[in-house]
Structure formats: C-alpha cells, structure tokens
Design a protein around this ligand. Structure first.
Ligand SMILES: Nc1ncnc2c1ncn2[C@@H]1O[C@H](COP(=O)(O)OP(=O)(O)O)[C@@H](O)[C@H]1O
Ligand SMILES: [Mg+2]
Length: 330
C-alpha cells in the first residue's frame, strides 16, 4: 500500500493555567495515497489538532513535538518558514471547520480567488487566475459568472462550502483536509458535497483527509477509517472491514450509537459515560471507565495502536496478546 502521510510520534499539547492538555498523544500512523481517509471520534478527541500538524499550524498556545511528520517524502517539522509558506496550500490545503464563515464579507468571491492565488504564486495576470477560478467553480457545480460577482452573504451555506472546496484546489495540492465539511448542512446538500469530494478523489487522485464526529456521514465516501479517542488513534483500517467487524470497543460503541446504521431502532445504544477529561485522563486505557470489556490491567497499562504486516492492531488489550500475557503473568 502506497502511503503519502507519515505521522511519527506526534504530540500536541496546550499549556494553560488549569494544566496541560495533551490533545494529540504520540500518534504514529500512515495514510494511504490517493484515497479518502476519514478520522472520526467524539468532539475533543484531537482530530482537528492532529490534522493541523500537517500544516504545522496548531492554534495558540499549542506546541507540536514529533519525530517527523512526512508528506510525500518531505518532513514538515524540518521546513523553514519560507518553505512552509510555499508548502501550505500548494502541497496540502485545509478547509477548516465552518470555513464558510471565514470568507471576507466585503469582498467578492472573484476578488478572493485572486487574493488567495497571488498570496502563494507570482501570477499577476488576473485573466489567468479567473480562468482557473471558473474551471474550479464549474467543477464544484456552481455557476461561475454569478458566483464570482457575488459577496458571501449572497450565497447559501452549501454554496459557500463549495466555494471553499474550489479554493482548496486552487494550487493543485496533493492532499486536501476537510474538517467537518458537511456539519450544519442539510442532508441533500451533504450528499452533493460528498459526490464532489468523491469526484475530486477519483479524477485528480488527490488524497482526502476528512474529519468528522459523525461516522455515518463519512461512511458515504471514505475508503479508510481512523478512530480517535483522547488524543490517540485507537483503530485504523479499511472502512469496509471496520463496518463489517469493528474491533475496538469504542469503535463498536460508535457504530451502535448511529441511528441510520441500525435497522432495529430499539437496538441503538449510546456509549455510556462521558468523554474523558483531557486535563485528568483515566489511568491505563483512557476508555476503560466506559468499556464493558475492561479487565484489571486496562486500568494500569495503556494499550497502543500497533503496526502489523497487513495494517494495524487496535489499541486495545483484547487484541494485544503478547502484552496481555505479560501483564497477566506479572
Ligand atoms: N487553542 C486551544 N487552546 C487550548 N486547548 C485546545 C485548543 N485547541 C484544542 N484544544 C484542546 O485539544 C482538544 C482536542 O481538540 P480538537 O483537536 O479540536 O478536537 P476535535 O477536532 O476532535 O473536536 C480539545 O479537547 C481541547 O481541550
Ligand atoms: Mg474538530
């Protein structure tokens, strides 16, 4: 399997008065090239923070430390500021959560295309940029002439999200990250956004990384699925395999909690307990207080996601036989 992103021992912490929040805890993960990978998990599990490390751009006061963060063979952690400025948008672009609201309200979409382009490339001919903008707007199924003249408030939420997707493609990046791309959009608009994303992946071979708290929504387009809990990836596999047989008890819980995936509505079961407090994580496996399978060593030893010859073994003692035996014989 060819990969394009390699996270190696990635940590992000936010030091605050109340203490230090470890939002991403020692993540090592490879993301397949040219595929759609979704990262899912409850709000606060670290999805946005982990993805923003690919741009080396976490919000203040966040600090990244990592052995390396490679994108297509380049180590983002080793780049100079100058190199980073070129790399962002050109190699990896990110549509942030609720990005529609970040469009400048007093500037037309056409002008914003030109500004974005010129901020990254030395192209002064506005006609060239406009031609590219028209192509992209057609691609995301918007009427280019009208949209280029429009101010953001003249467009619906779904149209603005498509504009953001068009922006993200402007400099032909290899990887596009979309953070909660359809949250707050109605179901029909969600579907049309996903069919655009599918097309971008199929036709341009761009690697997409989708972040969502909703496993059912991303299931429509993702090829691979990573599940995050308390700053760690706890399971990673082809989405088909995970839906067929979720392994980590948290993943099982996520799938049992989704109405649209459960035919018998009487069987919907929310995950008991509350999301963990990142300032004071439970000992051992941070999921143990909510886990119906928790064993005594789950309270003391934190399981790690492990690479195996054909993928990953979930970060759960139920699947980590070597360690389980070592713990039991102690
Ligand atoms: N700017 C920030 N300042 C302080 N803490 C933050 C900041 N951004 C994120 N965090 C912490 O990191 C955790 C993970 O956040 P985030 O990556 O946004 O999660 P997700 O995208 O899964 O909802 C949050 O629970 C929060 O505690
Ligand atoms: Mg987020």
């Amino acid at each position: 399997m060819e990969t394009i992103i390699e996270f190696e021992n990635v940590n992000v912490s936010f030091s605050m008065r109340e203490g230090t929040v470890k939002a991403v805890r020692d993540v090592s993960l490879s993301i397949p090239k040219g595929k759609v990978t979704a990262l899912v998990g409850e709000s606060g599990s670290g999805k946005s923070t982990l993805a923003s490390t690919l741009l080396r751009m976490v919000s203040a006061p966040g600090k990244i430390s990592a052995k390396s963060i490679q994108v297509d063979g380049q180590d983002v952690m080793a780049m100079s500021e100058k190199k980073l400025r070129h790399y962002r948008w050109s190699e990896v672009s990110m549509v942030f959560q609720a990005a529609q609201n970040s469009l400048n309200p007093v500037v037309t979409i056409g002008e914003q295309f030109i500004e974005t382009y010129q901020a990254h490339r030395k192209e002064s001919d506005k006609k060239v940029i406009e031609k590219r903008a028209i192509e992209l707007l057609e691609y995301v199924k918007l009427e280019p002439k009208r949209v280029l003249r429009s101010y953001p408030h003249e467009l619906s939420g779904g149209m603005k999200q498509r504009v953001m997707i068009a922006f993200s493609l402007l400099l032909e990046p290899k990887v596009v990250i979309l953070d909660e791309p359809t949250t707050a959009l109605d179901v029909i608009t969600q579907d049309s956004i996903f069919s655009i994303l599918q097309k971008i992946n199929d036709e341009f071979g761009i690697t997409l990384l989708l972040l969502s708290h909703d496993i059912a929504v991303v299931a429509k387009v993702a090829d691979y699925l990573g599940v995050m809990y308390a700053g760690k990836i706890v399971e990673f596999d082809e989405i088909y395999t995970i839906f067929e047989q979720p392994k980590h008890p948290y993943t099982q819980g996520l799938l049992r909690a989704v109405p649209s995936l459960i035919h018998d509505l009487g069987k919907i079961k929310p995950i008991p307990g509350a999301s963990p407090n990142l300032l004071d994580l439970p000992s051992g496996c941070p999921f143990h207080p909510r886990c119906e399978y928790a064993m005594s060593h789950c309270k003391t030893i934190e399981p790690e996601l492990k690479r195996s010859k054909d993928g990953y073994i979930p970060a759960c003692h139920l699947f980590d036989h070597e360690r389980k035996e070592a713990a039991l014989t102690k």
